[in-house]
Design a protein around this ligand. Structure first.
Ligand code: COA
Length: 380
C-alpha cells in the first residue's frame, strides 16, 4: 500500500510549543505572544532571551539578575582560547565556533545531567560564551589577541567591544541588539529541529547545540546571509542585478539566495524591519551600494515570481546581509552572528524538549531490493 511521504517534514507537527508563533500568511511573528515588531523596537537581547526562556518579560530586578548572571559567564576557559589559537587562520569562523562549543563540554564538571536546573545553567553559560568565542576567533585569525569581555557591558555592546577593542557607539550597539532580537527565535526551523532531535535521545546540551550550529551553517538556512552577500559581491552593481536574477531563475531549480521560506508566503516580518535598518545605515554611512542592489533584486524577484505565480519573498537573511556589511562585518562572520542570537531560541526549545521528551524517530519507506541471494566475497 502506498505510504504518504512528507519531504522535508513539511506540514508535520512534532509537538506543542509555547515559544513562538509564525503566521506565514499574515506575515506575523510572535515571541510568547508579543509581536516581533514591538520587541525589536523596545527590548534588548537579554530581555528577549529572558522572555523566550520564561513565561513573560522580566521586571527590572529579574532582568538585572539575569544580566549579572550572564556577565559572570562571558569568559572562556583558557584551553578554549588555546584551541581557537591552534586552528589554521583560514578556518571558517562557523567551523571554529562549532568546534569551540563542542570543546566546552570537556571543561564542564557536569555536562551530561539534563535536569531542568542543570540545562538552565549550561544554557546561560552558552548564551554568554557564543559572542566571546565569535569575537575572539575573529581577532585570532587576524593575528590579534582576543579582547577580554567587559562584565559591565550588555551582550550586544560587549560583542562589538570584543571585536574591535573599542567602546562601540550607541547607534551600532542598538543595531546589533535589533539584529540579535530578530534572529533569536523562529520556531521549528532546521537548526532548532536538529537541536531538539539530538536532545531527544537524552544526550547533553553541548551535543545538541553543536549539532544546531552545524545545521545552521548550511546555505538553505543560516548560511544564506553570507550567500546573499557573496551574490551581491559577484554582481557588483545595480545594473548587473536584473541579468543575474534572470540567469539564476533560468537554471533548473535556480535559486536566488535570501528569498523564499518554508512558512512565509508574504514578506518575512523580520525582513521588513531589517530593510528599514539597512535603509537607515545606507543613508547615515553614504555607502548605499549594497542596499540599492538589494532593492533592485527585490524588485526583479517580485516581478519574476509574480509572472511564475509563486509567492517567493525576501526572508530574514536578505537585508541582514547589507546590514552586516554596513556595520563592517566580514562576510564569513554573518552566519556566526546568526548563531550568537539563535542560541537563545535553541535553548528555549531544549527546555521544552527535555521537559516533555519523546525520542525523534520518523520512518523511511523502504524501496530497495528484497530476498537477494547472498554470495561469498570471492564469488562476487
Ligand atoms: N529563488 C527562486 N525560486 C525559489 C526560491 C528562491 N530562493 N525559493 C523557492 N523557490 C521556488 C522554486 O521554484 C521552488 O521550486 P523548484 O523545486 O523548482 O526549485 C519552489 O519555490 C518551492 O521551493 P522549495 O525549495 O520546494 O520550498 P522549501 O519550502 O523547501 O524552501 C527554502 C524553502 C528556504 C529552502 C528556499 O526558499 C530556498 O532555497 N531559499 C534560498 C535560501 C535561503 O534564502 N534560505 C534562508 C531561509 S530563511
Amino acid at each position: 500500500m502506498a505510504q504518504t511521504i512528507y519531504p522535508g517534514l513539511a506540514g508535520i507537527n512534532i509537538a506543542t510549543s509555547q515559544i513562538a508563533l509564525i503566521d506565514g500568511i499574515k506575515g506575523e511573528l510572535l515571541y510568547r505572544g508579543y509581536d516581533i515588531r514591538e520587541l525589536a523596537d523596545r527590548v534588548g537581547f537579554e530581555e528577549v532571551t529572558y522572555l523566550l526562556w520564561n513565561d513573560d518579560l522580566p521586571n527590572r530586578t529579574r532582568l538585572d539578575a539575569f544580566s549579572d548572571q550572564l556577565s559572570g559567564l562571558f569568559a572562556l576557559p583558557d584551553p578554549v582560547y588555546n584551541l581557537l589559537h591552534s586552528l589554521p587562520e583560514d578556518t571558517q569562523p562557523i567551523h571554529a565556533i562549532r568546534t569551540a562549543i563542542s570543546a566546552l563540554a570537556a571543561f564542564d564538571e557536569n555536562p551530561d545531567d539534563v535536569s531542568t536546573e542543570n540545562i538552565h545553567r549550561i544554557g546561560t553559560s552558552l548564551l554568554a560564551k557564543f559572542p566571546t568565542i565569535t569575537a575572539s576567533f575573529e581577532r585570532i585569525r587576524k593575528g590579534m589577541d582576543p579582547v577580554a569581555p567587559d562584565p559591565d557591558l550588555p551582550v550586544a555592546a560587549n560583542f562589538l567591544y570584543m571585536l574591535t577593542g573599542e567602546m562601540p557607539n550607541a547607534a551600532a550597539t542598538r543595531t546589533m541588539d535589533v539584529a540579535l532580537v530578530l534572529h533569536a527565535e523562529h520556531g521549528s526551523n532546521a537548526s532548532t529541529f536538529t537541536a531538539r532531535t539530538v536532545a531527544s535521545s537524552l544526550t547533553d546540551v553541548y551535543s545538541a547545540i553543536t549539532s544546531a550550529v552545524a545545521s545552521l551553517k548550511g546555505p538553505l538556512h543560516g548560511g544564506a546571509n553570507a550567500a546573499v552577500m557573496r551574490t551581491l559581491e559577484e554582481i557588483g552593481s545595480v545594473e548587473g542585478v536584473e541579468r543575474y536574477v534572470l540567469d539564476a531563475l533560468a537554471q533548473p531549480h535556480g535559486r536566488v539566495m535570501g528569498f523564499g521560506h518554508r512558512v512565509y508566503r508574504v514578506v518575512d516580518p523580520r525582513a521588513i524591519i531589517l530593510k528599514e535598518v539597512a535603509r537607515h545605515l545606507a543613508e547615515e554611512s553614504g555607502d548605499s551600494k549594497w542596499f540599492e542592489m538589494s532593492l533592485e533584486m527585490e524588485r526583479v524577484m517580485d516581478r519574476e515570481m509574480e509572472r511564475q505565480g509563486k509567492q517567493i519573498k525576501p526572508n530574514v537573511d536578505f537585508f541582514s546581509a547589507s546590514v552586516y556589511r554596513m556595520l563592517g562585518f566580514p562576510t564569513d562572520t554573518y552566519t556566526p552572528l546568526f548563531a550568537v542570537a539563535r542560541i537563545s531560541g535553541w535553548m528555549a526549545h531544549l527546555f521544552e524538549q527535555y521537559a516533555d521528551n519523546h525520542l525523534m524517530r520518523p520512518r523511511l519507506v523502504y524501496e530497495g531490493p528484497r530476498g537477494r541471494v547472498f554470495k561469498p566475497i570471492d564469488q562476487r
